[in-house]
Design a protein around this ligand. Sequence first.
Ligand code: 13P
Length: 343
Amino acid sequence: MNLQQLETVAQAMVTPGKGILAADESSGTIKRRLQSIGVDSTEGARQAWRSLICTTPGLGEYISGVILFDETLRQDTVDGRRMVEALEGQGILPGIKVDTGAKELPGSPQEKVTEGLDGLRERLAEYAELGAKFTKWRAVITIGAGIPTTNCIAVNAHGLARYAALSQEAGLVPIVEPEVLIDGDHGIGRCFEATEASLRAVFAELASQGVALSGMVLKPNMVLSGKEASNRAPAEEVAEATITCFQRVLPPAVPGAAFLSGGQSDEEATQNLNAINASGLSKPWQLTFSFGRGLQAAPLQAWGGEEANLETAQAALLHRARMTATARQGAYSPEMEKEAALA
Ligand code: 13P
């Protein structure tokens, strides 16, 4: 492990003015996304969609890194370049999702534990060979009656730290993602508690397993009301709760946190990210984005699986990337969406 190299990559991932695009949907998830626009998830369709993303002109102005799925890291763009090279040509770091999915937690069927440690050391060596510079592992924490359990939080934190240590050993910056899900009708207070408890457990495990905090990136949820809650907390409250939670548990040695969008609408995710960055509360980390749906939903609709819509879809992606990168600087306003629509 070369710590200086890890730190350089981690800092580039959270560099001011840019954020990360998550395009690492697993086979089941990409199938659902493509089905939503009436497209079958064939290898060709996945290649066409992900090529469109990786070759969007100007994307590197707003995006520091793209997280890929195993298939995409090995794939060519439709115009015959390696996806990895298309990204690097724009100064974008290629990353790779390395977990193998969240599976039912024994003894608590409503909860999940993320798998993928077996053979991980060998897979990481291959991913580094193929050009990946960073990795991602996602754990999910569900809020509900009697959950999350301390066991669910503990096993996921342990797995995240095992993965992060192996990733750093292979010279790849780990994105450590303990996602407290938005699903449910709970108030923001329960999300705060679950997020605080999860992050505490994660950082305790990272410390005991010797993970270098300066060579990693956290991918957290924002502290939010549940999706089905009545009177959902507005952006200013989300910002205050999220930063207060981080002040308690997120060590300043971590260069940055890159939020997931987690099923919020595009504008909600952008507005919340903006409020977090515009807040006057003390925040000694870069607070950026690592959105999947929050960046891809609009261009996916614009594309609709038709080659003729390629440029419109790339324009839609660039627009969302620009809006989100502006919010990441605390300089976004919803009027900017309308101005762009009129332009
Ligand atoms: P969303 O932004 O769609 O939540 O996806 C981010 C991600 O990569 C989850 O692991």
